[in-house]
Design a protein around this ligand. Structure first.
Ligand code: G3P
Length: 215
């Protein structure tokens, strides 16, 4: 399973890259705003800065909601850097834009996916990635992991190549369960990735080995 980091924070992206397990980055307008990145030029420069840190795909989201606007924005984003994947919302014009980008050879990430039907449409349009938001489903008492299972089954039934990118991942058990189900990618906060490192028996075992090494 690929690990993406879900942030626009350059320090966190560097830390995950240095760990040696990072396969890509996802951003969204909220994450860019959280880092105080404002103005079109600064936003575009920030995407390039991210691409220069990480070896892998970097999702950059369009903010237009009409087909023409999404196409214009997405083409400009794709021209920024070969690692850019254009992130498009799961709306009617978004599906049309994904189909357009697919035919042009521009890679896409269909975002804000909350149902198997939406994921099926994204795959039929040729999305490179589909992003089901599992944490936000859990927040409203719907099992987010069940959606990943449904999408896995549907994509495997028909051989769709769209990669399942589990998003809105909140904690290490989300990552582990996504891996068990067969999500292709999990995009996670740095805290969820580093939490995978932790086990008290590792800490106590290491302390014992180090103490014994001094004997
Ligand atoms: O990639 C989408 C993700 O950023 C949403 O996460 O935690 O805002 O639900 P969250």
């Amino acid at each position: 399973m690929k690990f993406f980091i879900d942030t626009a924070n350059l320090a966190q992206i560097k830390e995950a890259q240095d760990l040696g397990v990072l396969d890509g980055v996802t951003t969204n307008p909220s994450l860019m705003a959280k880092e105080g990145i404002k103005g079109q030029d600064n936003i575009l420069k920030h995407y390039v800065d991210i691409c220069n840190i990480v070896d892998g795909d970097v999702s950059a989201e369009v903010i237009s909601t009409d087909f023409d606007g999404m196409v214009k924005e997405g083409e400009a984003l794709a021209e920024l850097h070969p690692q850019i994947v254009v992130k498009v919302p799961m709306i009617k014009d978004g599906v049309k834009a994904i189909k357009y980008f697919t035919e042009k050879g521009i890679r896409t990430n269909c975002t804000l996916v909350f149902s198997a039907g939406q994921a099926l449409l994204a795959a039929k349009a040729g999305a490179t990635y589909v992003s089901p938001f599992i944490g936000r489903l859990d927040d409203v008492s719907v099992d987010g992991l069940n959606l990943i299972e449904e999408i896995r089954l549907i994509y495997d039934n028909y051989g769709y190549e769209t990669q399942i990118l589990a998003a809105s991942v909140r904690h290490p058990m989300h990552i582990i369960n996504c891996a068990k189900i067969g999500a292709d990618v999990a995009t996670c906060p740095l805290s969820a990735i580093t939490a995978l490192l932790k086990h008290p028996l590792t800490d106590s075992g290491l302390a014992q080995f180090l103490a014994d090494a001094k004997k």
